[in-house]
Design a protein around this ligand. Structure first.
Ligand code: SER
Length: 321
């Protein structure tokens, strides 16, 4: 069994990835690291440490204490937060990554997962089906850190043989953890707003199309890539990863097939500019070819499952319909 450390465990992906990895590898084999003592109950059924990825000695300590051989380094800022504080975005997303890579190398960690993003693309990438080898010239600090991070990870593979594996995630939609500070957050917020208030003010234009994915597919892809034989995952820069692309208006229309009568108004803010700099869809045929990636959730199935999971929870908490 791998001995796993997950940074950013209380974040959007970590909140679900930690329980998923614990179910696969055993609770004691997956150490959840959180930045501040804020981890939800789902993280407390196995080892839990407080860790700042700015603190190299603390990362060394956690790897040695738990005999870690595999790291999922998820601690990061998302795109909108990154635009509000570019210096902090660089510090968290790049200095933190460098510290984790160095600690991994020095302590004999075998494998490391790192999340890249559709944010790695910029306005000069093809708008539809952006290929694996598109130009990567992002115009956000978030995107700059994703491109620099991919290169840094690949460097550690080439120079030190650290088996780093990277996915360029689309916008992720989860019924467990809300995102925070991303441009694709609207696709989660809308469910809560519709169920709780019967209306939603969307911060992107109605016709804004972005690549998206339901969290169960993201967890599946992450584990598939990490468990793939090395010869099936030869790419140590980011793999494009895709599932569904839809506009904000199309998402609202699909939710309306279940809950008629709610209102959505569109009031684009500074996040529109970020969304407009990203492709509407990306081509992930290399991931499908190399390690057999295939998504399970289309728009209809994702919306039905989100509502089935969220409706009773919001209702029982007395927060909505
Ligand atoms: N979901 C991210 C964001 O919106 C993109 O990877 O920032």
């Amino acid at each position: 069994m791998p001995r796993v450390l997950v940074t950013g465990s209380a974040g959007q992906i970590g909140t679900e990835l930690v329980p998923h990895l614990r179910s696969l590898y055993g609770k004691d084999n997956v150490v959840a690291a959180i930045h501040k003592a804020s981890g939800g109950p789902s993280l407390r059924d196995g080892p839990l440490v407080t860790l700042d990825t700015g603190d190299s000695a603390a990362i060394d300590g956690a790897i040695r204490e738990f005999n870690v051989d595999t790291i999922y380094h998820l601690a990061a800022l998302l795109s909108a937060t990154g635009e509000n504080d570019p210096q902090l975005a660089w510090r968290v997303n790049i200095d933190g990554l460098r510290n984790v890579l160095e600690a991994a190398r020095k302590n004999g960690v075998r494998k490391l997962f790192w999340p890249s993003s559709i944010g790695a693309f910029g306005p000069d990438a093809p708008r539809t089906n952006a290929p694996q080898n598109s130009p990567l010239n992002p115009t956000t600090m978030y995107g700059v850190t994703k491109v620099a991070g991919e290169l840094l990870c690949n460097y550690y593979f080439v120079k030190y043989g650290l088996d780093v594996r990277i996915l360029r995630y689309p916008g992720l939609i989860s019924n467990v953890a809300p995102p925070g500070g991303g441009t694709t957050d609207y696709a989660v917020e809308i469910f809560y707003a519709v169920l709780q208030k019967g209306s939603y003010v969307c911060f992107l234009r109605e016709d804004t199309v972005l690549p998206m994915m339901y969290m169960p597919d993201a967890l599946k892809a992450t584990v598939m890539l990490m468990e793939a034989e090395p010869k099936k995952a030869p790419r140590h820069l980011g793999y494009n990863l895709a599932a569904i692309s839809f506009s904000a208006g199309e998402l609202a229309a699909e939710i309306r097939t279940h809950i008629p009568g709610f209102t959505v108004t569109y009031s684009p803010d500074q996040r529109q500019k970020i969304a407009d700099s990203w492709p509407m869809s990306i081509d992930d045929s290399e991931a499908r070819r190399d390690w057999g990636w295939k998504h399970d959730y289309d728009l209809q199935r994702m919306v039905a499952d989100m509502l089935a999971k969220l409706r009773p929870r919001l209702t029982s908490e007395g927060k909505g319909v």
